[in-house]
Design a binder for this molecule. Sequence first.
Ligand code: AMP
Length: 191
Amino acid sequence: MYTIIFMGPPGSGKGTQAKIICELYHIPQISTGEILRNAMSNQTDLGKKAKEYVESGKLVPDDIVIGIVKERIKEKDCEKGFLLDGFPRTVKQAEELDKILNELKKRIDIVINLDVPEEELIQRLLKRAKLEGRSDDTEPVIRNRMKTYFDQTYPLIEFYNQKNLLKNINGIGTIEEISERIKEAIKNIDK
Ligand code: AMP
């Protein structure tokens, strides 16, 4: 069983691929974006706090998302592995994750980074905006999310590269082609 991190800019297909990999390896998919969207639609305290950030394409403050992940990975279904989809997104989150995993005597097996050129990402997101109607998929918010990604999340690629955990995956192709590439990378983790 594996502990996997999925990284990639908005529109890279991260959520779609994460779902496929979780079904295949029978591990829970922990998507901070989905947890926040659910909280927003249920109008919980968390949802109310997150709304203005999510809807403007900014990151929700570190302490809020770190708290969510800390609680979630202590649950029983995470004992044998899990996949983090959309977390960590800042160096601070990554450092806190290391601390949490140390306490739990767990470690990250692989960080998958889905690589897609920026022009392609914007086109994909605008198309998704029409299909799904997510409240953070309007053009100005999309551009803001992209900027947030390059400013705050992109540095994590180097963070995990230095730890020898990073695997860059070409995110252009059919859903099946891309998931084959990811499976191959996971198969090659030396346990
Ligand atoms: P996603 O579905 O992963 O694209 O996330 C949607 C939105 O949720 C992001 O644009 C952020 O506003 C918020 N969000 C999700 N994950 C995080 C995180 N790890 N840190 C801060 N904000 C997050």
